[in-house]
Design a binder for this molecule. Structure first.
Ligand code: GFB
Length: 321
């Protein structure tokens, strides 16, 4: 059976990460595709000459940039220098090498934090750069905004087929469960797991519990990415990728506790930052093209917890730091 990806060489940058590994799983279901991957040890994406060498040697047809230094609200706020510089280095090297070697499609993955802190909700793609960013993740957002704009500049100036997708908050297999650097969902899974098994009377959640977030499973994101590549969307375009629904952090914590069977009290710690009050993506553009997510949040959290128990026994069986 012929497939859009048949005989195409697709380089997934960052294939060991949460998003990259989901892309590899999705591509492996496609007929005849040649998936190119390199570990960090094999290819340091911050090293321009190494990246150029790799592109000249392996000649990918399609590049999906899922490589980035990422983290939750605390890591973003604590390490803005690394979040800005490392991400600019990685994405610039990939853009330059892809442009020089004639890559036919380049999909850059951004993040919903590129939009202004107080953007009208749900957030449309054209809200970009209309007002100030959320300070806790400004550095990461600036790097991602550069990537989004470079896609459109490459398209306009050099006719390159570069485009971008803006995923909402993501979760899935290979997520980071380190409580200092993780995002909220893996943190809540780990905290609820330990609270339950240590018979703790309570669990502490950062912030006030009032911010709203939208969560998408990485398998749905990967499906959307392949959909966009297959549709051969116009060069320079950007597409929000979310599920169209959000929950408060309190509701999320209650859901995680229900799924994991923790019946104690949920305590909020307002000394920790809330971050942006809301970032629900407007999904009109992608939904109108016929794409829809498939994994409901409750099912996704159950499978994320199963993944944690199976793959992070080191953390599941020890006390959290
Ligand atoms: O997931 P998160 O770190 O990222 O936090 P952001 C979301 C919300 O959950 C914040 C609250 O209001 C946090 O205060 N929260 C409650 C917790 N308990 C916890 C906890 O134990 N750990 C964490 N991490 N949060 C990130 C950006 O923002 O979103 C990145 O920093 C990126 O740049 C990512 O864009 C998608 O949604 O606030």
């Amino acid at each position: 059976m012929s497939d859009y990806f048949s005989d195409k060489k697709v380089f997934v940058a960052g294939h060991r990460g949460m998003v990259g590994s989901a892309l590899v799983r999705a591509l492996q279901k496609r007929h005849g595709v040649k998936i190119l991957t390199r570990t960090r040890q094999e290819l340091d994406l911050r090293n321009r000459s190494a990246v150029f060498h790799f592109f000249h040697e392996s000649r990918p047809d399609i590049v999906i940039d899922a490589a980035a230094k990422v983290g939750g609200i605390k890591a973003n706020f604590d390490y803005p220098v690394e979040f800005l510089i490392e991400n600019l280095d990685i994405q610039n090297n990939l853009f330059l090498a892809a442009a020089e070697t004639g890559v036919s499609q380049f999909l850059f993955l951004g993040s919903s934090c590129i939009y202004p802190k107080f953007a009208p909700q749900p957030i449309r793609e054209d809200s970009l750069l209309t007002s100030s960013l959320e300070p806790t993740n400004e550095a990461y957002a600036l790097a991602k905004i550069c990537g989004v704009r470079l896609c459109s500049y490459y398209a306009r100036q050099y006719g390159k087929n570069f485009f971008s997708a803006m995923p909402t908050n993501l979760y899935g297999p290979n997520d980071n469960y380190d409580l200092q650097t993780s995002h909220v969902l893996p943190a809540l899974i780990r905290k609820a797991h330990h609270a339950k098994y240590s018979n703790s009377p309570s669990l502490v959640v950062w912030g006030t519990g009032t911010p709203r977030r939208e969560f998408l499973h990485t398998d749905d994101l990967a499906d959307a990415c392949l959909f966009l590549l297959e549709k051969q969307v116009p060069a320079g375009e950007m597409f929000n990728v979310g599920c169209g629904q959000d929950v408060t952090i309190r509701e999320l914590a209650e859901l995680v506790c229900k799924i994991l069977g923790f019946k104690g009290e949920i305590i909020f710690d307002p000394s920790k930052p809330d971050g942006t009050p809301r970032k629900l993506l407007d999904m009109s553009k992608l939904f109108s093209m016929g794409w829809k997510p498939k994994i409901p949040l409750e099912d996704g959290i159950r499978s994320a917890y199963a993944w944690f128990l199976e793959n992070r026994k080191d953390l599941a069986e020890s006390s959290p730091v």
